[in-house]
Design a protein around this ligand. Structure first.
Ligand SMILES: Cc1cc2nc3c(=O)[nH]c(=O)nc-3n(C[C@H](O)[C@H](O)[C@H](O)COP(=O)(O)OP(=O)(O)OC[C@H]3O[C@@H](n4cnc5c(N)ncnc54)[C@H](O)[C@@H]3O)c2cc1C
Length: 479
């Protein structure tokens, strides 16, 4: 429900709908390729007020609220920003979202809130994502938020996986007075917010400030613990936990199964992004920072991970950075916005191109990629036209580094090491009800990419919060 009822606002909607659109300022491409800092230049308070005042305040529930998976009260936040009441606007985002400063930066807004804005019919939507970022920045600067916390419940909950799903679950449980410990295979919390999404999309500082807030509420973190190998779900539960949430994501890189995949110079996207974007004590002990990538980088794939790898390579000073994709640009699954930024920064694209072999040079390292030309055939089960190889069209392109960004599979280890814990044939956790995330084990709940397969930060966060509410009810029922 909207906190500021739209019917009470004396505004001229027709006039507002005609107000000029405020172009979001980006750092120039030639400047941003020299560092890993964020690309967007945030709004000034004056700009934010002007942009928020374009909102025409649709009747409750507004399409932007329905388009947002966490149902942020966007129209009311726009009204408060317009009035200069920035911290109050930020408070509204906290009511529905555990990671508003993250979602404001990384959500595909054009498919969610901004994509649902009625102003799209006549012009440009209100840039609600960046206004969310602005409100949260102002709040942190002027009036930092501390949530009200329930008295201690005496109940302990373990969370396996400290990505957006686990973090959102932890946040809600802490507010409800429970004792929460997060376990993760990696040295730091954050999941793909730290070990996937590059700094130029989401600065690590932004996430770690949010994590500090959770620590102040009592969140405990146990890193470098790969559950299924270093310990098990049941051993953790036996340490005195009353319930558990499993938010382990879907993090195994899909293989290509072609010759030369193990050559030095051929990387999986996850390894490449971690080693290219994470430094210091947060870098896993078994990983080194990326070495010199040579002169020619190819990235194979058409999703957002491919864009992130292209842009990471460009920021490492490589001039010749090319994306190889087996269909055409029209079928690419990744965000058009990220692709536009990658192109501005100098990424090249070779469409209808399928690598078939990685070729070593005299030194035994990757030197070239043999490819075959493709053409589009009949649509496949995804509705996209199937790529078909053109016989005899093989050619090779020089490559000192190749990054495979072909998608992600779930890890089967939890299913294999947890008795009576149901997973599907891929290893994704089966939940009885998506509203609660309860699994085949009564006191274990699950959510995020480890249940749905690869999706979004915001959907994982929503699943984690819903499970926290269900866990709270479950703990209450056991009193
Ligand atoms: C490169 C990349 C870029 C992306 N960019 C965006 C974007 O811009 N916007 C967007 O909305 N989404 C993006 N996504 C998707 C988004 O990051 C995920 O959908 C989201 O992080 C899923 O959250 P999660 O909590 O389910 O899992 P994850 O974030 O994957 O976190 C799972 C955590 O569980 C831990 N874990 C796994 N197995 C175990 C185990 N056995 N024991 C202990 N710990 C374990 C992992 O170490 C990890 O920390 C991107 C994904 C990738 C790969």
């Amino acid at each position: 429900m909207q906190t500021v009822p739209s019917e009470n606002l004396a505004i001229d909607r027709k006039k507002r709908a005609k107000e000029p659109f405020l172009e979001l300022d980006l750092r120039p491409a030639e400047e941003r390729v020299c560092d890993f800092h964020e690309v967007v230049i945030g709004f000034t308070p004056e700009q934010a007020k002007i942009e928020a005042a374009r909102c025409i305040h649709c009747p409750d529930p507004a399409p932007c609220m329905l388009g947002c998976p966490t149902h942020n009260d966007i129209p009311s936040a726009m009204w408060l920003i317009e009035q200069g009441r920035f911290a109050e606007a930020a408070r509204l985002y906290h009511q529905t979202s555990a990671l508003p400063e993250v979602c404001g930066r990384v959500c595909p807004h054009e498919q969610l809130c901004e994509g649902s804005c009625v102003l799209n019919k006549t012009g440009e939507p209100v840039i609600t994502g960046q206004l969310e970022v602005f409100a949260l920045q102002q709040e942190r600067k002027l009036d930092p938020f501390t949530p009200e916390v329930a008295p201690p419940s005496g109940k302990k909950v373990a969370i396996v996986g400290a990505g957006p799903a686990g973090l959102a679950c932890a946040d809600e449980l802490l507010i409800r007075g429970h004792d929460v410990t997060l376990y993760d295979a990696l040295p730091a919390p954050g999941g793909l917010l730290v070990y996937g999404i590059p700094n130029f999309k989401l600065s690590k500082d932004i996430f770690f400030k949010r994590w500090e807030d959770m620590e102040k509420l009592g969140a405990k973190f146990v890193g470098n613990t790969y559950v299924g190998r270093d310990t098990t779900i049941d051993k953790i539960l036996a340490e005195g936990f009353d319930a558990m949430f499993v938010g382990v994501g879907s993090l195994i890189d899909a293989p290509m199964n072609i010759e030369g995949e193990d050559l030095p110079g051929v990387y999986e996207a996850t390894d490449f992004l971690i080693r290219g974007n994470v430094i210091g004590e947060n870098l896993p002990k078994n990983k080194e920072p990326l070495p010199d990538l040579g002169s020619d980088v190819v990235v194979i794939g058409g999703g957002d991970t491919a864009s992130d790898c292209l842009r990471t390579s460009i920021r490492r000073g490589i001039e010749n950075v090319t994306c190889l994709y087996r269909r055409t640009e029209a079928e690419m699954p990744g965000s058009a916005k990220d692709r536009k930024l990658a192109k501005q920064e100098g990424a090249k694209y070779s469409f209808l191109t399928q690598p078939v072999k990685f070729i070593a040079g005299e030194d035994g390292k990757l030197a070239a990629v043999e490819c075959i030309e493709m053409e589009l055939g009949e649509p496949d089960s995804s509705g996209r036209r199937r790529p078909v190889a053109v016989e005899g069209s093989n050619f090779s392109i020089p490559a000192t580094t190749a990054v495979k960004a072909l998608g992600y599979w779930p890890d089967e280890i939890i299913g294999k090491t947890t008795p009576d814990y149901e997973v599907d044939k891929w290893g994704l956790t089966i939940v009885k009800d998506s509203e609660t995330g309860q699994t085949s084990r009564e006191n274990i709940f699950a959510g995020g990419d480890g249940v749905t397969g690869p999706d979004l930060v915001v959907t994982a966060m929503v699943a984690g919060k819903k499970s926290a509410i269900a866990i709270d009810k479950y703990l209450e029922s056991k009193k």
